[in-house]
Ligand binder design. Structure first.
Ligand code: ZN
Length: 681
C-alpha cells in the first residue's frame, strides 16, 4: 500500500549500484550538506511525446508546484513564517555584516528547511538545530531590515519547543506532542479520536473522513472540521491547482483521463469525499493514457493519528522501452515456471506473468519533493483496492539518477574484490539490477502454488522474508540462464555475473551499513538478502568453494615494507558462477517446498539460522570502511524547469525542459512564483 517510502529504498538503490564511471554529460550531482544530497534527474523520451502530451505534462506540473505552501503549513503552523523570514534575509545578504562561516551556517539551515519542507528532519522527524545563535539571527535581520513574527524565535531556537514533527512515543498525547498542523492549538488526542469515532463511516463504500481537513476548537470549545478546499483551508493554493487542472483538461488524451482530472477538480472545489472516492476509481481505471499524475492529499504518515493526507504531487508518463522489457518477461512466464528447479508438484500448471508498469517522473512536488519515493502504489483505501484494483509503478528515471550519481563515490573501489569484478559491474550492473527486479516482480512472486489445504498465512511472522527470498531466488536463478541472452534481454553469457556478485556482496556484507552496531536485521527484504547469501556460503563445496569470503591485504599493501603493517579486509570472492547458480537453484527448490507445504518449522529454522543475526566483527569493519567514504544517506531532487512557447493566440506551440537550475535558485523561484498562502492559515 501507499508510496514505497523513500529513505530506505533510496539508500538501498545507492548501495546497489554504487560507483560506475560517468558516461554521459548530464550533471546528476547538484549539492551536498549534512546527511543530504541533491541530485538532478533526466526526463528521457520527453521530446518524443506529442505536443498535446507535452502540454498536458506542463499544465499538470504547474498544478503540482502550486501546492508547495500547503505541505509547509501541514508540517508546522510556523513553517511559512520561518521560511519567508529566512528567505528575506538570504536575499539581503549584502546588508548583513558577518563572517563567511556565519553566513554559510545560515545558508545550510535554509537549505535544510527547504529539503524538509519545514524545520523537522524529513525522515527522523526531529527538529534540527541551527548552527547560528538567536542573537546572530535577530541582529542580521535588523541589519537587513527583515521583519518577522517574534513567535518564530523559540520555534527555531528552543530545542524543547515543537521538538518532534510526528511523535509515536508510547504513553504521551500524540496530538499535543506532535508539531504537525493537522490539529489546531489545544486539541487533544482524546478529543480528536472522539470526533473521528463519532463521524466514522461504516458503509460498504466508506468515505475517508478526515482525509482532507484540520480539526480545531471553536469559541465554544467544540471540535470542528476545517476542510481543505477552494474557499476553505488552503483555498488560496487550491484555486491555482484547480486553474491548472482545468487548463490540463483540454489536453487530456482520452475520456478516461478526462474523467480523472474532472473528478480531481470537483474534489478540490467541494472537498466532498464521495467525489474523492470517484476520483480514485476513475484513476485506477485509466490504464491506457501515456501521461498520469498524483495530485492531492495522499499519504497519512505525518498525521500522528494516521488519518489526514499530506499534500503531494508527481506527474509522469509511461516508459515504453522498459515496459516492453517487462512484457517480454511476462510473455515467457510459463517457460520460466516449467524450467525452474522446483519440484513439479509445487509448480503452477498455468502461470500468468504480471506486466509491471515503468514510468518516467516529469515533476515532483509537495511530499514527493525534494525527497521522493521510487515507486507508487495507490490508492490507499482498501475497499477500492479490493474492488477496483490499484496501480503499482516503478519510477525508472529516479532510480537511474541514483545509480548515475553514485558512480565514482568510491563504494565499489572499497568493497569489490578486484578490477575485473568492478569493470564487469560497471558494464552490466545496472542492467542486471533492472532485469532482476523485473524477474522478481513479473514472474517470481507469481510462480509456484500452495498444496491443497495449505493456508496463505501458514508461515506467520516469517512469511514475508520467505516470500521475498522465493521471488529473489527465482530472479537470480534465471538471470544466469542462457534464455535471457536468447530473448535479447542480456547481451552475452558473461553479463549476469555482475548481478551475482552484487547480490552476494550486498547480502553477505555491504547491506550491513544500514544496521546500527549490535542490532539484528529486522526488515524482510534485508533478511531475505542475507538469508540467500549466508545459506549459499554455508553450503558451498568445502574442497572447492564456488564462492567464499576471504580476508586479504588491500592491494596497496607492500610486503617489502615490513615496518608498515599490511591492512587486511574482507572481500567476497566468486570462483564458479555457474556453481553459484546451482546453489541458488537448490535453495529456490527448498524455499518453494517450504512455501507450498506451509512448513512453518522449516521457515523459522531457515530465517533464524541465516537471516537475522549479524557477524559483529565483520559488521564493525564494514561500518568503519563505509564511514570513511563520507556518503550522504538521504537523497532528494531538483526538478527540471518547464519552458513553454506560445503563439499570438496564447496557444502552446512547444515545451522544452531545462536542467541547469541550482537547488537554491529553484527554491527561491518557487517561493517567489508559487506562494499563495498567507503566513497564518
Ligand atoms: Zn517482492
Amino acid at each position: 500500500m501507499s508510496n514505497y517510502k523513500l529513505p530506505i529504498l533510496l539508500f538501498g538503490a545507492a548501495l546497489l549500484f554504487a560507483c560506475q564511471p560517468k558516461q554521459s554529460a548530464f550533471q546528476y550531482n547538484v549539492d551536498k550538506f549534512y546527511d543530504l544530497e541533491l541530485l538532478r534527474y533526466d526526463v528521457p523520451e520527453f521530446d518524443s511525446l506529442s505536443l498535446q502530451q507535452k502540454s498536458l505534462v506542463y499544465c499538470l506540473s504547474e498544478a503540482a508546484l502550486w501546492g508547495r505552501d500547503i505541505l509547509y503549513d501541514q508540517n508546522g503552523r510556523y513553517n511559512l513564517r520561518i521560511r519567508r523570514a529566512l528567505e528575506a534575509l538570504y536575499l539581503n545578504k549584502d546588508k548583513v555584516q558577518c563572517t563567511d562561516q556565519e553566513w554559510s551556517a545560515f545558508e545550510k539551515y535554509l537549505k535544510r528547511v527547504w529539503f524538509s519542507n519545514g524545520i523537522h528532519h524529513h525522515y527522523s522527524e526531529d527538529k534540527f538545530p541551527p548552527e547560528f545563535t538567536q542573537e546572530w539571527f535577530v541582529e542580521a535581520c535588523a541589519q537587513a531590515g527583515v521583519e518577522y513574527d517574534p513567535a518564530i524565535l523559540p520555534v527555531i531556537f528552543d530545542p524543547a519547543v515543537m521538538s518532534k514533527r510526528t511523535t509515536a512515543q508510547d504513553g504521551v498525547d500524540l496530538v499535543l506532542n506532535s508539531a504537525g498542523n493537522y490539529y489546531g492549538e489545544g486539541v487533544t488526542q482524546a478529543e480528536a479520536e472522539a470526533w473521528y469515532a463519532a463521524h466514522k463511516d461504516d458503509s460498504a463504500e466508506p468515505l475517508w473522513i478526515g482525509l482532507n481537513s484540520q480539526l480545531v476548537k471553536n469559541e465554544k470549545g467544540e471540535i470542528v472540521e476545517r476542510v481543505y478546499k477552494v474557499g476553505g483551508l488552503y483555498g488560496e493554493a487550491l484555486e491555482h491547482v484547480v486553474y491548472w487542472l482545468k487548463e490540463a483538461l483540454q489536453y487530456a488524451e482520452n475520456d478516461a483521463q478526462k474523467l480523472v482530472i474532472e473528478k480531481m477538480i470537483e474534489f478540490n472545489e467541494t472537498g466532498d469525499l464521495k467525489t474523492f472516492n470517484e476520483y480514485c476509481i476513475a484513476w485506477v481505471k485509466d490504464l491506457d493514457s501515456r501521461v498520469d499524475y498524483v495530485n492531492g492529499f495522499t499519504e497519512t504518515y505525518t498525521d500522528p493519528l494516521g488519518i489526514t493526507g499530506t499534500w503531494e504531487s508527481m506527474v509522469n508518463f509511461k516508459d515504453l522501452k522498459a515496459t516492453k522489457r517487462t512484457q517480454l518477461i511476462s510473455k515467457n512466464a510459463q517457460w520460466f515456471e516449467d524450467h525452474s528447479t522446483t519440484d513439479p508438484k509445487y509448480k503452477k500448471e498455468e502461470v500468468k506473468g504480471v506486466t509491471a508498469k515503468v514510468i518516467t517522473a516529469a515533476i515532483l512536488a509537495g511530499d514527493c519533493y525534494p525527497a521522493t519515493p521510487i515507486g507508487i502504489n495507490l490508492p490507499n483505501a482498501s475497499w477500492i483496492r479490493k474492488e477496483y484494483g490499484s496501480k503499482s509503478v516503478t519510477i525508472d528515471n529516479l532510480t537511474h539518477a541514483y545509480n548515475e550519481a553514485a558512480k565514482g563515490n568510491g563504494f565499489n573501489e572499497e568493497f569489490m574484490i578486484n578490477d575485473d569484478v568492478r569493470a564487469r559491474y560497471n558494464k552490466y550492473g545496472a542492467l542486471c539490477g533492472d532485469l532482476h527486479t523485473d524477474l522478481h516482480e513479473c514472474v517470481g512472486h507469481g510462480s509456484g502454488k500452495l498444496l491443497p489445504g495449505v493456508s496463505k498465512g501458514a508461515l506467520k511472522e516469517h512469511a514475508s522474508t520467505i516470500e521475498e527470498a522465493r521471488a529473489d531466488l527465482f530472479g537470480l536463478y534465471f538471470l544466469g540462464d542462457p534464455k535471457l541472452v536468447e530473448l535479447g534481454l542480456l547481451p552475452n553469457e558473461e553479463a549476469y555475473k555482475a548481478g551475482y556478485y552484487q547480490q552476494m556482496m550486498n547480502g553477505a556484507m555491504t547491506q550491513l551499513v544500514r544496521i546500527e552496531p549490535g542490532k539484528d536485521i529486522e526488515e524482510a527484504h534485508m533478511r531475505n538478502r542475507q538469508l540467500i547469501a549466508n545459506w549459499v556460503l554455508a553450503h558451498v563445496d568445502s574442497a572447492h568453494p564456488e564462492v567464499r569470503i576471504v580476508y586479504e591485504p588491500v592491494p596497496t599493501c607492500n610486503p617489502n615494507h615490513d615496518d608498515v603493517p599490511c591492512e587486511y579486509k574482507h572481500f567476497l570472492e566468486i570462483r564458479d558462477y555457474q556453481g553459484l547458480r546451482r546453489l541458488y537453484g537448490e535453495l529456490l527448490a527448498e524455499i518453494q517446498r517450504i512455501t507450498s507445504e506451509g512448513d512453518y518449522a522449516a521457515a523459522k529454522e531457515m530465517v533464524e539460522t541465516y537471516a537475522v543475526k549479524v557477524d559483529q566483527e565483520l559488521h564493525q569493519e564494514i561500518l568503519a570502511r563505509y564511514k570513511k567514504l563520507n556518503l550522504a544517506p538521504y537523497k532528494g531532487f531538483v526538478n527540471p524547469v518547464y519552458k513553454v512557447k506560445r503563439n499570438a493566440n496564447g496557444e502552446i506551440t512547444d515545451v522544452k525542459l531545462d536542467f541547469t537550475e541550482s537547488y537554491i535558485d529553484q527554491h527561491l523561484r518557487y517561493s517567489r512564483d508559487y506562494s499563495p498562502l498567507p503566513d497564518v492559515n
